[in-house]
Write a protein that binds this ligand. Structure first.
Ligand code: Z2T
Length: 807
């Protein structure tokens, strides 16, 4: 694509260095070198970027309150196919590309799975030549940085914009948009129509910051547009006399400045948990209104008919956080484009589609009516009218008052965002087969019965370019040596690898690659945490947000079980094992923080106990995030996917591990079910309650954690460790965890699944002794991971939701 060579690159690079920093290359530090490099890359893609923006295909807009992008340099170079030119050119100037790659910051504008999924989707949309763009928020502070102090999680603000700007962004003040909050709405009758006038609102400026999303070697470049909130007019800063006159005083002007800037100040650190804060609602509407106005403004410039909106534009909302897209589009179509309610409703429904990411009740967004009314008076009126018509329609169909109450969007105090999404969109999807099934049969059953055609499944996927080609280059090269490189654009080709499953030579190469990835991680852990781990041990990895339902507790109780066995029986037979954890807890999630402290305390005791001769090591990496995942996943032998069945909607690290050759140890939850279907009984290790059993327990009761504790001496032994002082340096965290298990009867079935988990872990141990068999299973997992590319997922969204009947 890019018609430039090493010589030209060096020229561009030097000139940029002079014009931006007025200094020589030798004087520059890594940060400056990186800024120059990204600037050169932006120059060489600029023409393609503009061309892609002007294409007249149907456009997809993906609204998400989080985008967890990870570092961009390496991935951009790969996608532009210019790694070698750049690497060599830099080297001739005495610069190491690898140093620059590692010097790039890792923007943490997301919590976990949901935000990372959005990032993978952007990669796939661009790589599949789909004009698909992201809308999000340019948080000044991303997810907090995690530090461990005496084993406790401490949160440090993530000040990622230290330079004031991000190397990949382009700010577009000329495209700023005004978003209106509060004030009062007057309905006035004009020519037999009610017109809405919004007065005395607080205006907030949304400034777009664009990040290029470069497709994989296809000359296609989409945009991630992030909005920053600011005062309406930069000249209106609180210290100008302008502002003083307008606001009456400095104090008022400052208050206004704070009001606006607070909105895009920081990411809420909750992963699948709803906190109900006013500021969060402001963020949601700010994102939605800025994005929606931006879309309509551009659409009108294109001279297309507004009545054809849904033919030319698809809007997707990532969970309920951007739900207000629905009433906001209604507002624009009715108040600004003068359409009738029925016209506007039809367009809105046909334009918008929605993905649900969890069935957990505590994650469901329910906004208090009063809050919505005061903050967004016009939007509230529209929601009320949507609900009035919807309930009327239900009343015509059903004679069941309670049912209608459950389905209505507004209940006496709250607005249910999920209900609004279902009613106001043409498609509702879950993120794995089991999850969608549960939506249909349990959580959203009444909506499903009412409109079954709306509901569908789109099993999640991952960007295999980032999660194999970029982070595991040796594996990527081996695959290409064996089956050619078609798999890079079509991951189903990976199936071809299966024919090597009994080929000792291939398996030994696979083994060597895993070993060198494990060595790389061991070196990293030695350097960062001063813990020596053995690359010949089994690397058993659980990296994900800390949540009771994800059951890191089950994992650590098993570790304690092994530890007791080793202490009590010096001949206890086990392969050396390294347990690796990485997890952030939401700052207000007490139990999760107690579990972090517990794991760290267990690690400390075990790692320093010479009696067990390094058979077990426990490493809890600090500040887990995308960049760490990129070193850890290629080195994993065992992928821990042990959530309480029914609770994990999909999981996506399960897919990343699989594609990198780890063996999955799992409950039949989320997308683990589909991994199992791909590889069969022989190539995965399963345990735990089935979905139907969990549902039955939840409905009818029937399990007593206390009885189990009293009747099983192994369970008793590890649970007592929580409170008997066996683990030193604990406060009352052990007691709190103990109470969650015994006093509150173990909501997540940790003890119920314990014995079965121990057996499954024993199978892991036995299997690892047969190293060739292990490697063969590893290969079969890679070979069958093709369907978990987000290219497959995005093709399905495109075919069945966004471009249905168009492409
Ligand atoms: C999140 O990461 C997920 C669900 C949420 O529900 C919120 C957040 Cl921040 C509101 C996760 C799911 O827990 C996980 O199973 C899934 O794989 C991921 O979203 C992407 O769909």
């Amino acid at each position: 694509m890019v018609t430039f060579n090493k010589k030209k690159f060096k020229q561009l690079f030097e000139n940029k260095m002079y014009s931006i920093y007025a200094q020589s290359i030798e004087e520059a530090n890594n940060e400056q070198l990186l800024t120059i490099l990204s600037s050169v890359i932006k120059d060489i893609i600029s023409k393609k970027w503009i061309e892609t923006r002007l294409s007249c295909e149907k456009e997809v807009y993906y609204f998400s309150i989080e985008f967890l992008m990870g570092r961009q340099l390496k991935s951009n170079l790969l996608n532009l196919d210019i790694q070698k030119t750049i690497k060599d050119g830099l080297q001739e100037m005495g610069i190491s590309l690898d140093d620059l790659i590692n010097a790039e910051g890792d923007p943490a504008l997301g919590n976990g799975g949901l935000g990372r999924l959005a990032a993978c989707f952007l990669d796939s949309m661009a790589s599949l030549n789909i004009s698909g763009h992201g809308y999000g928020l340019r948080y000044k502070y991303g997810l907090f940085e995690q530090k461990f102090v005496n084993g406790y999680q401490v949160e440090v603000p993530d000040n990622w914009l230290t330079q004031g700007s991000y190397i990949w962004e382009t700010v577009r003040p000329n495209k700023a948009i005004v978003v209106k909050f509060e004030g009062k709405v007057y309905l006035v009758e004009e020519n037999n129509k009610l017109k809405a006038y919004h007065k005395n609102y607080i205006p907030v400026m949304a400034i777009p910051y664009d990040i290029p999303i470069i497709g994989y070697q296809n000359e296609y470049i989409n945009t991630l547009r992030l909005f920053k909130s600011e005062v309406i007019n930069r000249d209106f800063g609180p210290l100008t006399s302008n502002a003083k006159n307008h606001f009456g005083s400095y104090e008022e002007a400052l208050k206004y400045k704070y009001y606006t800037e607070e909105i895009s100040q920081s990411l809420y650190p909750n992963d699948s948990n709803y906190a109900g804060k006013l500021l969060r609602l402001k963020q949601e509407y700010f994102l939605v209104s800025a994005g929606m106005q931006d879309i309509i403004r551009k659409y009108k410039k294109s001279k297309l008919n507004i009545l054809d909106l849904s033919k030319n534009i698809a809007i997707h909302i990532n969970d309920t956080h951007p739900t207000l897209c629905i009433p906001e589009l209604m507002r624009i179509l009715i108040d600004e484009e003068q359409l009738s309610w029925d016209e506007a409703w039809c367009i809105t429904k046909n334009t918008i589609s929605y993905t649900n990411h969890t069935i957990m009740a505590e994650a469901m967004e329910k906004w208090p009516i009063d809050m919505m009314k005061k903050l967004l008076p016009r939007i509230y009126m529209i929601i009320e009218e949507i609900n009035r018509r919807y309930v009327q329609n239900l009343n015509n169909k059903y004679n069941d008052h309670e049912k209608i109450k459950r389905m209505s969007i507004i209940n006496h105090e709250n607005i249910s965002m999920a209900n609004l999404c279902i009613v106001g969109s043409h498609s509702v999807n879950g993120v794995a087969a089991l999850h969608t099934d549960l939506l249909k049969k349990e959580v959203l059953n009444e909506f499903y019965d009412d409109e079954p055609e709306k509901f569908n499944n789109k099993t999640n996927g991952i960007a295999h370019r980032r999660w194999v080609m970029n982070c595991n280059e040796d594996l990527s090269d081996l695959i290409t040596d064996l089956i050619g490189d078609k798999w890079k654009k079509d991951t189903l080709q990976l199936k071809e690898l299966e024919k090597y499953k009994n080929n000792s030579q291939v398996l030994s190469k696979l083994n060597n690659i895993k070993y060198s990835n494990k060595k790389r991680l061991a070196d990293f852990i030695s350097k960062e945490y001063n813990i020596e781990i053995n690359p010949n041990s089994i690397y058993d990895v659980q990296i994900k947000r800390l949540h009771a339902y994800k059951r890191q507790l089950l994992n650590v109780l098993h570790i304690l079980h092994l530890y007791h066995e080793l202490l009590e029986n010096p001949n206890f037979d086990m392969e050396p094992r390294t347990f690796i954890f990485g997890a952030k807890a939401a700052p207000g999630y007490d139990l999760a923080k107690c579990i972090i402290k517990f794991i760290n305390s267990v690690a400390n005791k075990i790692n320093n106990d010479e009696k067990i001769e390094n058979k077990i090591k426990v490493v809890f990496v600090e500040n887990y995030g995308v960049s760490l995942a990129e070193i850890i996943i290629p080195a994993a032998d065992v992928s821990e996917q042990i959530s309480t069945t029914t609770k994990e909607a999909s999981g996506t690290s399960n897919m990343k591990f699989m594609m990198n050759g780890a063996i999955t140890l799992a409950t039949l939850d989320g997308a683990n079910v589909e991994i199992y279907e791909q590889v069969g009984d022989e190539n995965i290790i399963l345990f735990g309650l089935k979905a139907s059993q969990v549902l039955n327990y939840n409905k009818y009761g029937g399990y007593s954690a206390l009885d189990l504790y009293n009747s099983n001496r192994y369970i008793k032994r590890v649970v007592d460790d929580l409170i008997n002082g066996f683990i030193p340096n604990m406060g009352n965290e052990g007691r709190k965890i103990y109470d969650s298990l015994i006093t509150y009867n173990d909501e997540y079935f940790v003890l119920r699944d314990f014995e079965n988990y121990i057996e499954a872990q024993y199978k892991v141990n036995e299997l690892y002794k047969q190293k060739e068999k292990w490697n063969s299973i590893s290969l079969v997992n890679i070979a069958n991971s093709g369907m978990f590319s987000s290219d497959r997922t995005i093709s399905e969204y495109a075919k069945y939701i966004w471009f249905k009947g168009v492409r």
